[in-house]
Design a protein around this ligand. Sequence first.
Ligand SMILES: Nc1ncnc2c1ncn2[C@@H]1O[C@H](COP(=O)(O)OP(=O)(O)OP(=O)(O)O)[C@@H](O)[C@H]1O
Ligand SMILES: [Mg+2]
Ligand SMILES: [Zn+2]
Length: 395
Amino acid sequence: MSYQVIARKYRPKKFADITAQEHITRTIQNSLRLGRVGHGYIFSGLRGVGKTTVARVFAKAVNCSRMIDDQVYLKEVTEPCGECESCRDFEGGASLNISEFDAASNNSVDDIRLLRENVRYGPQKGRFRVYIIDEVHMLSTAAFNAFLKTLEEPPAHAIFIFATTELHRIPATIASRCQRFNFKRIPLSDIEKQLQSICEAENLDVESGVLQLVGRKAQGSMRDAQSILDQVIAFAIEQDNERTVHYGKVAELLNYIDDDQFFEVTDAAAAGDPKKMLDVARFVIDNGYDEQDFLEKLIEHLRNFLVVYNLRSTRLIERPEPVKERYQHDAARFTPSVMMRMIDLLLQAQKELRFQFEYQFRFELVLLKLIEVAHPSVPVSAGGTSQKKKSATQS
Ligand SMILES: Nc1ncnc2c1ncn2[C@@H]1O[C@H](COP(=O)(O)OP(=O)(O)OP(=O)(O)O)[C@@H](O)[C@H]1O
Ligand SMILES: [Mg+2]
Ligand SMILES: [Zn+2]
């Protein structure tokens, strides 16, 4: 059998299997129970968080014979049955009641006219035809306008689902005629749980910490997490009979920089220790880590400091327990204004480094400047030794 990527193999088939978007699935299931299905929906949110998945389950549900014929089932289960002819057509990709339209590559007025023509015809089987219009923000203004009329007086059998990663680019005239659902970024703990059950289904053992590494890299996108998991498995499992994914291999593949390095930076800044700071810079450069990526994570590290400082709790920090304790312990090291200035400096540097050639040297300088921010009277990066008195960090 040909290999199927994890993201497709494990695409949820019913509402209950969709993670972290309960605020949306619950509302849709309620409207199904009440028989109050709308004709226009906007699904917005990050890539790979379930927009297309929810749209497909929804399309399957409105056409499921059991949902239509069995009122008790409809009220109590409110899920596509997966067994009737319509559900089987959907799952086999053979249903004519769902059309996916990619607005990124079909964004002209003519494309929309064709779609409008198509919408006039009702379903041969089932109740609704569902049109998923992906990347809808890519439609031209004229194309949007051509669509307005259809949306104002939609045929009774049509449901439009507009999916977008950029809600603000949808004209108000369209948005105000639709129900809007905002998909959330998926929390790390939910991503880990999902990956865990996939690994169990695939009969794989993963060492502790592996799934958190994968999940963090995905930054809230379930599809990204699953694609990275595919890559990790291909890399970590060298022989067919081996079923364990080792932490070390995954850290190597994902070019993962240990949290220690970021604490070294804040330690060096707090202590006003340029030698220690340069050691970190060397470590990053010598190990072939991406400097931009390092700065990105360093900003996240300082953000964690700020969060712990302000909340006096680590509950918003997605890290293993020992690391959280370290944040708790170190949080009072810098005042919020020093932390903000460090973050500003790094954000600025991130922008500038992109256009530089000798960026390794600049990268070192940026790290050294952090000391200057923490100790304003010690101009370390200007070279030469300063005679000025060191000021306290907590000024
Ligand atoms: N909330 C979720 N729960 C479980 N799996 C999910 C979820 N979101 C995404 N996935 C997984 O990721 C894959 C891609 O999701 P989907 O196609 O729904 O993303 P999308 O939001 O439409 O992204 P894009 O903006 O890139 O089109 C699915 O096949 C599924 O395996
Ligand atoms: Mg999609
Ligand atoms: Zn069914």
